[in-house]
Design a protein around this ligand. Structure first.
Ligand SMILES: [Zn+2]
Length: 253
């Protein structure tokens, strides 16, 4: 079975509702390719390596969380950007990218999928005034020690997380946000949770965690954002009877 590019675009735009977000990049079809879609390749970032792998797999479209044309980046199509775009265009492959809409989707999104995988019960999402509420708040499955949370993250993400020990013996209430959300640590503190799990850490994150007693876990930007595109890729495959393959281009960050 196959779908047209227009059918996919319409489906993704109604599923992920990009018009609701103020984002740093265009969400949706970023690079137009052939009109008939049989194989969807999903991946975290539209890197050269992912495009090469998609070409080898004979994909008709690539679906990613991190696409191109970020606010503030140089607009010239030169160097790295030229090579990536040339490869897509020469091979007539469509590139669909959804950033914040993919983080936030209540079922298929990165946060929802990560929470589900870690056994967290999501209650609500919080954010700064005027911004999308992207930090999920909820309950861990039972009581976990700091070491227990590190074990859970290693088991589920196949990657060792970096943990900053907090002041409570047990972790029950949790906040989580995939990717580089370390600067939302104050929201987690205000929410009164025991732990905050995100993808990255900054120098000052250590001090905030120490001085507020919050358990903090940096589990990998790439590692925590592998699950939204996979869920959406599977959704498309079901909806249109397409083939879908997630290609993990490993990234230690
Ligand atoms: Zn990200």
């Amino acid at each position: 079975m196959a779908a047209t590019r227009q059918q996919i675009q319409k489906e993704l735009d109604s599923l992920l509702e990009p018009q609701r977000f103020r984002d740093y990049c265009p969400n949706g079809l970023q690079v137009e390719g052939r009109s008939e879609i049989n194989l969807v390749v999903s991946g975290v970032t539209a890197s050269l390596a992912l495009i090469e792998a998609a070409i080898a797999a004979e994909a008709d479209m690539v679906l990613v969380h991190h696409g191109y044309f970020w606010k503030g980046e140089p607009q010239e199509v030169v160097g790295m950007k030229k090579r990536r775009l040339a490869l897509l265009l020469e091979n007539d492959i469509n590139l669909f990218a959804y950033h914040l809409p993919l983080d936030a989707h209540p079922e298929l999104g990165n946060n929802a999928q990560l929470g589900k995988m870690l056994g967290f019960e999501q209650e609500r999402c919080i954010g700064r005034p005027g911004e999308t509420a992207l930090v999920a708040i909820g309950q861990a499955a039972g009581k976990l020690s700091h070491a227990g949370m590190l074990e859970l993250l290693a088991e589920k993400l196949q990657r060792q997380a970096l943990g900053i020990q907090g002041s409570t013996d047990a972790i029950e209430r949790v906040a989580w946000c995939t990717g580089a959300a370390q600067n939302y640590i104050d929201l987690a503190v205000e929410a009164g949770v025991d732990a905050f799990i995100t993808g990255e850490i900054s120098e000052q994150t250590f001090h905030v965690a120490k001085e507020t007693g919050l358990h903090f876990f940096s589990a990998g930007h790439h590692a925590t954002e592998r699950y939204g595109v996979q869920a959406v890729g599977e959704y498309l495959a079901d909806k249109f009877s397409l083939s879908h393959r997630f290609i993990d281009i490993d990234n230690p960050v």
